[in-house]
Write a protein that binds this ligand. Structure first.
Ligand SMILES: NC(=O)c1ccc[n+]([C@@H]2O[C@H](COP(=O)([O-])OP(=O)(O)OC[C@H]3O[C@@H](n4cnc5c(N)ncnc54)[C@H](O)[C@@H]3O)[C@@H](O)[C@H]2O)c1
Ligand SMILES: [Fe+2]
Length: 383
């Protein structure tokens, strides 16, 4: 049996009003100039004002970079590095979804190590630690505020690469549900399905442990009980707050258990078809589970329990099938289309998507051994 380690290296501040703690927390660390990394959607939603107010009230100078775009490309990371150096900052604060958080992480790597983003693909491919990094997540998906990953698109290769290291975890994260009430329903649906995919793939990973299961199972419970209500109304503070917690808890889980073929496939599907990351996952998840089921029925039975989908006297196989059905029901209720074709995916890039799927190290830890022909078959079923 392998030895696993488990550590939550990010201090998580959660609850309504958590943004007010950002300024005092950074001032306490003697940071005097912070670069905020965010996108225009966050600024236009009015979410930055309480963050900058807290920092300025604590005497921390603020410079804002607000040009992050979804599926961020390496050029955006380079622009953040320039802005950080030009302003003479001593710390980074990402405010937004996974795109802003990942850009800040990757920029931190380049600030401390020089070179280009693409130099740092894979596990622990950099020597020097990042500048102090903090995160304010505003979606309910990636868990990037606690994970050991940053996902950046290399447009020359139409490839989403991952930088991976425990040293990418932010020092602290501030989870304030009051920042989530401006989320449009489709962003709650997509990012919520990203979080569910993390937790389910984390459960079925052979690297799962009782520690990761504790995180991933509770995330599944919170999502099964709150995602519908949060999509219906992101102003429902209880539901959206529970989803925010679920995304972060799943992040802690999957940062240790890692993922599987859903993410390995979703990255190239997203890269070639410019679909939101969570939507790519949602479109693939039931089909990948149909394929994986025979390699992880006990774990899927655990998933069924969190969905309250188990019936007395059911076999493990029946419970595993019930879990997949419960996920399909949830997706249907929150408006996820039933096929990739409905959102414009065609088969034209499938050969490249199959090839790029195998660039992900998550394929190696999928609960069922998988060939290129299997991936192509799953893509065709999802189409
Ligand atoms: N680092 C990791 O561990 C990890 C894990 C999974 C995914 N990812 C990556 O994260 C990225 C996706 O991040 P995401 O799904 O969080 O979306 P995102 O950051 O791309 O944001 C999506 C949209 O939502 C808007 N938005 C965000 N919060 C809002 C709010 N509170 N109110 C109104 N609008 C808001 C943004 O302006 C943006 O237009 C992808 O690149 C994906 O590959 C990273
Ligand atoms: Fe994800």
């Amino acid at each position: 049996m392998a030895v696993h380690s488990f550590a939550v290296t990010t201090r998580v501040h959660s609850g309504a009003g958590a943004v007010a703690e950002i300024g005092p927390a950074l001032a306490e660390q003697n940071h005097s100039c912070v670069l905020i990394v965010t996108d225009r959607g966050i600024v236009d939603a009015g979410l930055l004002a309480p963050v900058t107010r807290s920092l300025e009230d604590s005497g921390v100078a603020v410079t804002v970079f607000d040009k992050v775009l979804p599926d961020p490309e390496e050029s955006i990371v380079e622009a953040v590095v320039e802005a950080y150096k030009a302003a003479g900052c001593d710390s980074l604060l990402a405010v937004g979804g996974g795109s802003s958080l990942d850009v800040a992480k990757a920029a931190g790597v380049v600030v401390s190590n020089g070179g280009a983003v693409a130099d740092y693909e894979g596990f622990d491919a950099f020597a020097n630690d990042l500048p102090p990094l903090y995160a304010v997540p505003t979606t309910v998906g990636t868990g990037s505020e606690v994970t050991f990953a940053a996902v950046i698109t290399l447009p020359s290769q139409q490839f989403k690469m991952s930088i991976l290291s425990t040293r990418l975890a932010p020092r602290a994260a501030f989870l304030d549900p009051a920042l989530l009430t401006t989320l449009p329903p489709h962003v709650v649906a997509h990012t919520g399905m990203d979080a569910l995919t993390h937790a389910v793939e984390g459960m079925t990973s052979p690297l799962s442990t009782p520690f990761t299961n504790a995180m991933n199972l509770h995330a599944i419970r919170l999502i099964s009980e709150n995602l519908r209500a949060a999509v219906a109304d992101s102003g429902n503070m209880a539901a959206i707050g529970n989803m925010q917690a679920a995304a972060c808890i799943a992040g802690i889980g999957f940062a240790h258990s890692r993922l599987g073929i859903v993410h390995a496939m979703a990255h190239p599907v997203g890269a070639y078809h410019h679909l939101p990351h969570g939507l790519s996952n949602a479109l693939l998840l039931p089909h990948c589970l149909d394929f994986n089921r025979i390699g992880c029925e006990p774990q899927l039975a655990d998933v069924a329990r969190e969905f309250d989908a188990m019936r007395p006297g059911q076999s493990e196989r029946e419970a595993a099938l019930a879990a997949i059905e419960a996920i399909r029901d949830l997706e249907s209720d929150i408006g996820i289309p039933s096929s990739m074709g409905e959102v414009g995916v065609t088969g034209e890039h499938f050969a490249a998507i199959v090839r790029d799927t195998f660039r992900s190290r998550n394929v190696d830890i999928n609960p069922r051994k998988v060939t290129e022909a299997d991936i192509l078959q799953i893509l065709n079923l999802a189409l």
